[in-house]
Design a protein around this ligand. Sequence first.
Ligand code: TRP
Ligand code: ZN
Length: 479
Amino acid sequence: MDPRTRPRPRTRPRALLARSAPAVAALLLLAGCSGAGGVDGTPGSAGLRDPYFPKLGNGGYDVQHYALKLAYDPKTRRLDATAEITATATQNLSAFNLDLSGLTVRDAAVDGARAAVSRAGKELTVRPRDEIDKDAVFRTTVAYSGVPETITDPDGSEEGWLPTADGALAVGEPTGSMAWFPGNHHPSDKATYEITLTVPAGLKALSNGRLVSERTEKGRTTAVWSAPEPMASYVATVAIGRYTTGTAKVRAGTAADVPVLTAVDPSAADAETAALAARVPEILDWQAENFGPYPFSAAGAIVERPGDLGYALETQTRPLFPRTAFDTPTLVHELAHQWYGDSVTPKSWRDMWLNEGFATYAEWLYAEDFEDTPAQESFDEAFDDDSNWAFPPADPPSAENISDAPVYGRGAMVLHKLRQTVGDETFYEILRGWPAKYRYANASTDDFTAYAESVAGEDLDEVWDVWLYGNGRPTDPEG
Ligand code: TRP
Ligand code: ZN
């Protein structure tokens, strides 16, 4: 939204009122004491009460756009940055929080006026000079710097900012993006992004979306990337280093003409990698046929040397892979996430199976269509795998389990049972209709079960009760 088209007057002169207690009393008297001149703004909440990460995200506002300017020097590992955050207030705000882990905040401003900041743990509190009215669009600028940290997750995997042999990677699932920019880091607050990266000349600086400009001056290269479709912060990325790049276009189908940019670390740039990277367009074409139109205006893949990254991640438009996980099923998986996870994003981290169950089922469908392995065979294998039965996919017991086997394997089994129950025609209608209905939005497990029932025209409790919510493996896989 154009921040100049402000639906309501933006600010109230709180600072003036708050100058001294007698002055407040006098003004309140003048105003007739009740309700008239407002000091009714309250601080936005410090978290969105996610079932697994209660302090993640912040209340009181909704981000529309992030403009991030990041200068990084791999030698010192220092990041020098400003974040400009355009948001809409969802309440009268006296103060609000941003999530930020590590780094040093130099200063902050709201609508050009210097704002007070304070920090406690991963919460950065911004107190604007003037209160912000509900529905007002306001712009917060934060200048910050330091050596960004690598975060170790409850499950032991590393995320946040990862220094690499020749640069750095930013990976943010589930909470790591707060290591490199302040924001509303709950997946429910999606926004558009413009990411400007300045790095030593000779290195490439990659991010999500389309490259708007790139120029080298005085030994430094600055690249501007635009991600114009809403994006959750956990799939925002930065990849700095040496890369062998390739460009292509999706040739046919509903994804036709989407520009594809692949980038491979030189140490991983073998013939096999190049051949698989070249298949991104045809895989997207097949997916667009089955899942509906590709949701974004850019696509691609980034392949890293194994020591730099331990797992693949569905970073929006440009998923990341360690060379060791750059294979056909994983590529199909991360590209499927562009529909399931990136365009339709979970409302909370409890709904993670909506990402991983679908992306895993996409692998099963690919094997069915191209590798003579019916999805039933993949189902049977998953059914026999004990690790898939630790808990129901819709209810991981704790934060350290949100990426465990049941979320993937049993999540995919839910979809296979749905397919068996409603038949192929209705199932594919659901596969396509779901990302169409919730395009660029957030959805919960309840949204999905209600949607599937509405398309099928029948109650599907028997599927959900056993496969989505039930404890333990049913005795009969056909049940
Ligand atoms: N989403 C990634 C995938 O399936 C896996 C992953 C990486 C992950 N880091 C995570 C899942 C953190 C949950 C939490 O390709
Ligand atoms: Zn996945």
